[in-house]
Design a protein around this ligand. Sequence first.
Ligand code: 5GP
Length: 236
Amino acid sequence: MSNTVGGFLLIFSGPSGSGKDTILHRIVEKDEKVVVSVSMTTRAPREGEVEGKDYYFVTKEQFEANIEKGEMLEWAVYGDNYYGTPKTPVKKWIEEGKTVILEIEVQGADKIRQQFPDVRSMFLMPPSLHVLEERLRARKTNTEEDIKKRLETAKGEIERANDYDYIIVNNRVEDAVEDAMEIIMRHRRHLRELDSGDEFYYGYQYKDEVEYINEVARVLPPVEDFSERGLKDGRK
Ligand code: 5GP
């Protein structure tokens, strides 16, 4: 199979409950070049989660042994658990020319940026904190304490959203999927142009992309505005 574009990594972050999984499922269905890395975690499986598909569920000891052996591309502690990206499959997919999406939280994203300065990143923003809370509650498996913790963490994560190349607001799933697909397509085109050494086109593409950020990816008002809106929604 001809493959003119090399593989690349793409970070996809967003608070727990922002809808990342739903969007990624749709993208994988639409685009055969996209693979979503399966993370390793020490948290217990939620109902319906499948070993090797949603996560590799391991013990704390197993996770720490993997860190020790240098088998994690990145890892972080989130809540009371370890989460991390196994290195070997990601390396293989990149060599195969795949678009590898890492669905990771903000600390992991920092570690990836340090290793791959050119990596692109997308942040999925919930429409408000109120909606986020509702979505977390709809997951019947989260305890009240867990929901509170996740909401607190979410506020901290939302403050980091400006570190991402793109912010996608998840108002309607279909729109968010379209935005993410557009970002993927554009990055592929960008890499193809870089590969062909067409610098003029690269310059144009960059300008194009800035306009794009404003038009399509719906850059948000400052985070404070968002928080206020979320709190107001919450009081309704
Ligand atoms: P959850 O428990 O809701 O499945 O995931 C909690 C958080 O951990 C989410 O923000 C998710 O994106 C993040 N996460 C999942 N896998 C990884 C990983 O491999 N590395 C890092 N750093 N975060 C991850």
